[in-house]
Design a protein around this ligand. Structure first.
Ligand SMILES: [Fe+2]
Length: 443
């Protein structure tokens, strides 16, 4: 039974206004009444423009019983809502759909597009659902998702590094190849720098267009990179640009994420965690150890609060596996980069609590370490992976070369990770589907 919902007995197949316009349009076409055909064609196009856009699923803190959905509309919805029903091949599945009210998101938006979100609760574990979003204006198509099992069970997920640049032109084929390679993946880990400028709504449009229906059917697990942060212009300060430390409002507009992160006023919701079928995924905002925009007082305070939160999650993790997702790497191979403060802060915790895998981006290359502890190869140590899915590429430096197992430059990549009981299999592919790297971790 869904909480905070009402049953509806009159879920209609489509928007009545749209259906009427379509019927008249077809009649006019049949009569070859050209001027009116043109007129109604425009009406149909306008109707399409009001369809819900940028529909995206995100995991919640309880993925076996809930799912978060975010979308935006071209016009304000008086009664924004999600309708959801247990999936069935019988096309009248929607007769039992529940209607869950959605909430408008307070977002500064230059194109008068309005964001809405709803968290579906009280769902059944391991169950396939169909849902649509909208309201009184127009409804989306019915999209599907599956809830997690309550207990550890085999699953796979996708992981991609920075999309960031030429997203529409050159990221689209890579993320679609990833989806085609693992359409049964349960979600997509995005390791930061999803776009080059987090405040630019056009870039988010490219990102959503590239994902298309994938975002509406396969949840995302994003972590904030430095480019996803707000960029404020301040006259007289160096190049006139000052980076801030909190995600642009559009990050909040695009994603409805678990509110279980550390209590930090400036960066609400930028770190969170999800337990999924035997794995604890910790999305960690690592900018505090890599971004020089922090004031000294902020850096000290934010770092301390994040570390305390992180250690508590690692110490109390009831799952077999621990995977940390963050943007910058403590073992960066980017030119002129070496995050020694991050290494000093995070690696002792990762070592102490035996983190299995750390998934990252930022260096615009592929670089995967051996298993390491205390920055040295060790039989049961942690594996650190840097990857990139977009077209911006960096040369790999020799820093930490002794820790690296596989390094690749100038290659758009995606990764498929399979978790099954005591075994984890990691497979890295280039954008054409050629396997570049593979390793397994066994408990
Ligand atoms: Fe980047």
């Amino acid at each position: 039974m869904l909480h905070h919902s009402t049953r509806t007995s009159s879920v209609k197949l489509g928007n009545p206004t749209e259906m009427t316009i379509r019927t008249i349009y077809r009649m006019l076409q049949a009569l070859k009444f050209v001027p009116l055909v043109v007129l109604f064609s425009a009406a149909l196009a306008a109707q399409t423009a009001t369809q819900p856009q940028r529909i995206i699923l995100t995991l919640t803190a309880d993925p076996a019983h809930s799912m978060a959905i975010t979308w935006r509309s071209a016009q304000a919805e008086a009664t924004p809502a999600v309708q959801v029903a247990v999936a069935s091949a019988a096309p009248n599945f929607f007769k039992d759909a529940a209607t869950v009210p959605a909430t408008p998101k307070a977002v500064a938006n230059t194109e008068l597009k309005l964001s809405y979100s709803a968290v579906l609760k009280g769902l059944k574990p391991g169950t396939q659902y169909l849902y649509r979003v909208g309201g009184d204006g127009a409804w989306s198509e019915w999209n599907g998702f599956r809830t997690a099992q309550e207990k550890p069970a085999p699953f796979r997920f996708l992981y991609v590094g920075d999309a960031q640049n030429s997203i529409h032109s050159l990221w689209s084929h890579t993320i679609r190849a990833a989806y085609a390679a693992a359409p049964d993946a349960r979600f997509i880990v995005h390791a930061g720098d999803l776009v080059a400028e987090g405040f630019d709504d056009k870039l988010w449009g490219e990102w959503h267009d590239s994902l298309g229906f994938i975002a509406a059917t396969m949840p995302s697990l994003p972590v904030v990179g430095n480019h996803d942060l707000h960029l404020a212009v301040s006259a007289g300060d160096g190049d006139g640009k000052v980076k801030n430390i909190f995600a642009a409002p559009l990050w909040t507009a695009n994603f409805t994420l678990p509110a279980n992160g550390p209590a930090i006023a400036e960066t609400p919701g930028q770190s969170y965690y999800v337990d999924y079928q035997g794995v604890r995924f910790i999305a960690l905002d690592a900018n505090v150890w890599a971004n020089d925009s922090y004031l000294p007082e902020q850096r000290e305070r934010v770092s301390a609060v994040e570390l305390k939160w992180l250690e508590e999650l690692l110490k109390t993790n009831p799952n077999r596996w621990t995977i940390v997702v963050q943007h910058q790497s403590p073992y960066s191979v980017g030119k002129d980069r070496d995050y020694d403060e991050m290494r000093a802060a995070l690696v002792p915790l990762f070592d102490k609590y035996h983190v299995d895998l750390v998934l990252m981006g930022h260096d615009h290359c592929y670089a995967r370490t051996r298993r390491i502890t205390a920055s040295k190869p060790a039989a049961n140590g942690t594996v650190y992976v840097i990857s990139v899915s977009g077209p911006k590429m960096y040369k790999v430096s020799n820093r930490h070369a002794e820790l690296m197992e596989v390094v690749r430059e100038n290659t758009q990549m995606y990764q498929v990770v399979d978790v099954e009981g005591d075994h984890l299999k990691f497979s890295a592919y280039d954008a054409t589907g050629v396997k570049v790297d593979e390793f397994t971790l066994d408990k």
